[in-house]
Design a protein around this ligand. Sequence first.
Ligand SMILES: [Zn+2]
Length: 463
Amino acid sequence: MENKKDDFSEWYNEIIDLAKLSDKRYAIKGMNIWLPYGLKIIHLIDDLTRKYSDEKNFNEVSFPVLISREQLEVEFEHVKGFENEIYWVTRGGRDKLDIDLALRPTSESAMYTMFPLWIRSHSDLPFKIYQIVNVYRYETKHTRSFIRVREIHFYEAHTAHINYEDAENQMREHLKIWEELSNDLCIDYSLNTRPDWDKFPGAVYSVAFDTPMPGYRSLQVGTVHEYGKNFAKNYDIKYLDENGNLNYVNQTTFGLSERLLAAVIGIHGDDRGLILPYKIAPVQVIIVPIPGENYDKIVNYSSDIINKLSEMNIRCDIDKRDFTPGYKFNDWEMKGVPLRFEIGNKELSDKSITLALRTQKKKIKIKYENLNDVYNYLNAVNNDIRNSSKKFFDDNLIFIDSLDKINEDKMVKLYWCGSRECSDRIESISEKAVLGNVYGDNSSGKCMICGREGKLSVFSRTY
Ligand SMILES: [Zn+2]
């Protein structure tokens, strides 16, 4: 297997193949097949996203995949932002369609033609929906599994509010959901307000979650957008207030994709394979019975343990395949399973379990009656993941105060005046693009290029 440090790109592709997450040999480039193990992981991520959204009173919907040209062209800025990326359906059978249909690149224009039918009065607000669907973008850049694909596994939340202040509160609630989810995935991130020329087409402003990845590039893993009344005015989304006046709603959105899985693979994995936080591990505990004397009894004892773990709602399995234990250990390590139980004759005779944590070299022996401790060990693995992920983040997002450090192979924080000239200058020297001002930071300092007053900002090469 490739060494992660020496060649991250090769390592990344190889791990996706070996752990059987997806198959990119499909006839259409950039449209990959989700293999069973990869699909189970992304569904577990979806389950968490659903849980946190539902807890905050979002309702799940499912919109059609096709959007008519008329619907799409209502908001000029928006359609302009996507015009190079849209797949068009122009025929139905042998007939040329009267109006071209787009495969949704995102669903604003699909949803907002329906919002005026659903939102009538202030009592309909706040209005909060989301969907988890595939969206389509004609990527012309080099595609890469889970990072840059043409069929995207997409979470999109859309909200409407009485006023701008409520919409701003909603932005903070989106960030709260993100905080909970990223904590489960053990991903650290930097919140950056994108410069105006890089915000979502049609938005007032956009905040992105950027995380440093191996390979000296950052990955945008999610975004939230404040729309103000921009879309409401174009799609005529109004509500009747308490005084009987018609007002436009204020809107926000929140988007995530399978890039979350890319971040989990890239940040946590090592030269032995994936490392999965237990909340998204399809198998949390794998039991490997060790062949030899009393094998039947060892298997029975293992089944007994499986039953007990299942009662504790732990996802577990027993590997009875006809391979050597060493092969099985490697295979489950490749798949990132947090805990492995090794059960042999010794464990059978003293009613114990030998336990291996994916993140540690040493093995631990526990008593069968202490099986309830298994959650402590799952948490121990998560703590290890979190610590190394935090260390990686701190090492790879650094503050710099002089231009001669700009070429460090890291994401950098520096003071920038906000002008395009200065960010272009930084990009031409270092290939690092501006990701935006650090969200919520109020400090100020001299722009590294022109010396004018600037805000703390992040620059990086990006995936
Ligand atoms: Zn400047």
